[in-house]
Ligand binder design. Structure first.
Ligand SMILES: NC(=O)c1ccc[n+]([C@@H]2O[C@H](COP(=O)([O-])OP(=O)(O)OC[C@H]3O[C@@H](n4cnc5c(N)ncnc54)[C@H](O)[C@@H]3O)[C@@H](O)[C@H]2O)c1
Length: 279
């Protein structure tokens, strides 16, 4: 049965300006996908909260631009080129980040790709490419960072950025949705595996965030449903917020889950989607 709007539509809810309040002083983080919308916002917030951050991304030029636009000393913020579809590249990037930072207290797994296609036409190659980055690469990074933490006795945290698509599933991005469901699942298991070392592992599940990825989604959906990308983009908003989520709002959730304040929240997939997913 459908539901009926009895109270009319409300205006979009404003993004709240919140000064960085959490302290990540002396913490050392690796943010993968850091040249993208959410990863860059997370890196910027974590540095503002006192952390030193290495950001990793496959796009070298975008990485440099992200670092330049965040504008911090290279001791506090630097970049490393990494391809999450390549295990040796991941190992090298983590080694490099550890060498620069001294140790890694937290990992943010924010890199991902999405593909759109009629589900019955999903090519095998899409499954391979999406899973190699969104699942194998993210897990490999988490595995290696966890081992590095264990070797140094660090009670760290891992935050995996999944998606509301990993819970609800999106028809036109079936393989992407399945990859995010896999991430939610390995987060749960890894949390149990790493509990003896007190390493905390959680997921964030964003909804429609105003980033390049959502613009890419709008172009692809627009093509499938024969609508202008701008029109589709406008529709990809939270029904309660009535606007796109700002990447910094997701970054705040990431910052919380990396912190000691979150140690009783373990193996969870926290919705940061403006209320659209009820579980
Ligand atoms: N934008 C949204 O609406 C939305 C919604 C739900 C979940 N998410 C998730 O949030 C995270 C961040 O997405 P975003 O919106 O900032 O997208 P984005 O495209 O701006 O950022 C993703 C980053 O991942 C990097 N990347 C892609 N392939 C890589 C590879 N092989 N190796 C290393 N890096 C690689 C890209 O270069 C890019 O900088 C992703 O995990 C995404 O699935 C986004």
């Amino acid at each position: 049965m459908g539901s009926f709007a009895t109270r009319g539509e409300h205006a979009p809810l404003a993004v709240r300006q919140v000064a960085p309040t959490r302290s990540h002083a002396n913490k050392r983080y690796l943010v993968l996908g850091g040249a993208g919308g959410a990863g860059k916002a997370a890196a910027g917030l974590l540095v503002a909260e006192g952390a030193s951050v290495v950001i990793g991304d496959v796009r070298g030029q975008a990485l440099e631009e992200a670092i330049a636009s965040l504008g911090h000393d290279s001791k506090v913020l630097s970049g490393v080129v990494v391809d999450l579809s390549d295990a040796s590249s991941i190992a090298a990037a983590i080694k490099e980040a550890e060498a620069r930072l001294g140790a890694i207290d937290g990992l943010v797994n924010c890199a991902a790709i999405v593909r759109h296609v009629d589900p019955l036409e999903t090519p095998w190659s899409d499954w391979e490419r999406i899973f190699s980055i969104n699942v194998y690469g993210a897990f490999e990074a988490a595995r290696l960072v966890a081992k590095a933490m264990i070797a140094k006795g660090i009670k760290g945290a891992i935050v995996n950025v999944a998606s509301e698509a990993g819970k609800k599933g999106h028809t036109q991005s079936l393989a992407y949705s399945a990859s995010k469901a896999a991430m939610i699942n390995f987060t749960r298991v890894l949390s149990e595996v790493l509990a003896p070392q007190d390493i905390n592992v959680n997921c964030v599940c964003p909804g429609g965030m105003a980033t390049d990825m959502l613009r890419e989604v709008a172009v692809a959906y627009g093509d499938l449903v024969k609508q202008a990308p701008d029109e589709v983009f406008k529709q990809l908003v939270s029904s309660q917020l009535r606007r796109h989520i700002d990447p910094v709002e997701v970054a705040r959730t990431i910052s919380f889950l990396l912190s000691d304040d979150a140690i009783i929240i373990r193996g969870q997939a926290i919705n940061a989607d403006g209320g659209d997913t009820p579980y």
